[in-house]
Ligand binder design. Structure first.
Ligand code: FES
Ligand SMILES: [Fe+2]
Length: 347
C-alpha cells in the first residue's frame, strides 16, 4: 500500500538562524525564513531577539537600514522606535498616545551552545520541546564553532533522509559503515554509526558517531574519531524550495593549538566537501512519495513518518500556547506522537 505523508508549508520546531558570533551587541540582521521577513537584533543587554521585520507603520523593512539603540530598534523610514517586546514606544514627530497595535511580532528565541534558534509553529503555538545543552556550551575545553553556511535549492525533507540513508554513505561520501542503527524517540531521530571515513584530502579516520536530530531541522553529531568532535547540521527553510544549511565543528583539542587549528581547518573543509557531495544530489533529484526501496535500505519510511509529525495540524500544543512571545526560558511540554500518515505504513 502506498504510504504518503502530508508535507505542506513549514514544520514546527527550533531552527538555527545564526551562530552567536554572527550577531554582535548593537547589530541587526535581515533575514527571510518560513516565507516571512524577519530581523535578528541584539541590544546592549546582550539578548538576541527575533521579530517580524516590516514596520506596522508604512511597512519599511526595519533591518534594511534601521538601527539598534540601547535596547530598542528604530525604523529607518520615519524613526518609530520599538522596545524589547516589539511595542512601539516613540513616534518622534507625534506627542499623542501610541496605539497598542503598533507592535512588531516577536518570535520565541533560544540562544544556547553558541547558536541562535527561533521557534516556528505553523499556527503560532509555543515550543513543546527544548534545545539541549551541549558539552561545549561555555566550556574552555572545546574550540569555538568553526562554521559555514550554504544556500541550497532543496527541501528540508530531503536533508533529514541522510540520517537513515545507509546506502548513500559509500557512493556519495566514500565512508565505510560497519554498524548503523536508527532510533526514533518523540522529537528525536537518532543514528548510531561505527565506520571508517576516507577524507577526500587523504588519510582515514575510524569513528563512532551518534547523530541526533532534535526536531526537523537541527542535528548534533557527537563523533569520536582521531579527536572528539561535535558537528552541527542545521537547515532552516526560506521558502518551500530553498533553505540555508548551517554547519560547524567544535573540537576537544589534543596536542598543540596549531595542530588543532590545522585539524579543525581540514575538518571543516572536509565537512563542506561532504555536504557539497549531498547538495549535488539534493538539487537535482525528485522526491518520490512512494519510493521503490530495497530490503537493505535504511528505515526511510519510518523517518518520513517521524518527520511528518512536525507538520501535523493537530500536533501538540506548546507550553506557551498563547502565540508568539519574547524569548524563553521555555517550559518544555511532552511531545506526543503526532505523525500524519495519509495511509497506513507498510514497513
Ligand atoms: S515605516 Fe517604519 S516608521 Fe514609518
Ligand atoms: Fe550525505
Amino acid at each position: 500500500m502506498a504510504t504518503r505523508y502530508r508535507i505542506e508549508g513549514f514544520p514546527r520546531g527550533w531552527f538555527m538562524v545564526l551562530f552567536s558570533d554572527e550577531l554582535a551587541v548593537g547589530a541587526m540582521h535581515k533575514m527571510k525564513y518560513f516565507g516571512r521577513s524577519l530581523m535578528a537584533w541584539r541590544g546592549e543587554d546582550g539578548v538576541a531577539r527575533i521579530m517580524d521585520a516590516h514596520c506596522p507603520h508604512l511597512g519599511a523593512n526595519i533591518a534594511a537600514g534601521g538601527k539598534v539603540e540601547g535596547n530598542t530598534v528604530v525604523c529607518p523610514f520615519h524613526l518609530w522606535r520599538f522596545d524589547t517586546l516589539g511595542q512601539c514606544v516613540e513616534i518622534p514627530y507625534c506627542d499623542g498616545p501610541i496605539s497598542k497595535k503598533a507592535t512588531l511580532g516577536s518570535w520565541p528565541v533560544i540562544e544556547r551552545n553558541g547558536m541562535i534558534f527561533v521557534w516556528h509553529h505553523p499556527e503560532g503555538e509555543g515550543p513543546d520541546f527544548d534545545v539541549p545543552s551541549l558539552p561545549n556550551d561555555g566550556s574552555s575545553e572545546w574550540t569555538p564553532w568553526r562554521h559555514h553556511v550554504l544556500r541550497i535549492k532543496t527541501h528540508s525533507k530531503e536533508i533529514v533522509e541522510n540520517v537513515v540513508d545507509l546506502a548513500h554513505f559509500m557512493p556519495v561520501h566514500g565512508t565505510h559503515v560497519e554498524t548503523f542503527v536508527n532510533e526514533f524517540d518523540g522529537h528525536k531521530a537518532i543514528q548510531r554509526t561505527k565506520g571508517t571515513a576516507y577524507p577526500r584530502g587523504g588519510g582515514k579516520d575510524r569513528f563512532e558517531l551518534d547523530a541526533i536530530y532534535y526536531g526537523p531541522g537541527y542535528q548534533i553529531s557527537d563523533m569520536r574519531g582521531y579527536l572528539h568532535s561535535l558537528l552541527v547540521n542545521a537547515h532552516t527553510m526560506i521558502d518551500e524550495h530553498t533553505l540555508d544549511l548551517r554547519f560547524g565543528v567544535s573540537l576537544k583539542p589534543r596536542g598543540s593549538s596549531e595542530h588543532n587549528d590545522a585539524f579543525a581547518e581540514a575538518y571543516i573543509k572536509n565537512l563542506t566537501t561532504g555536504f557539497l557531495e549531498d547538495v549535488e544530489i539534493w538539487e537535482n533529484k525528485v522526491y518520490r512519495d512512494t519510493p521503490l526501496l530495497a530490503r537493505s535500505d535504511g528505515p526511510i519510511m519510518k523517518l518520513r513518518r517521524w518527520y511528518a509529525q512536525f507538520y501535523t495540524q493537530d500536533g501538540p500544543r506548546g507550553a506557551s500556547a498563547t502565540g508568539l512571545q519574547p524569548g524563553g526560558p521555555w517550559q518544555v511540554g511532552r511531545l506526543q506522537s503526532g505523525a500524519a500518515p495519509v495511509d497506513e505504513e507498510e514497513e
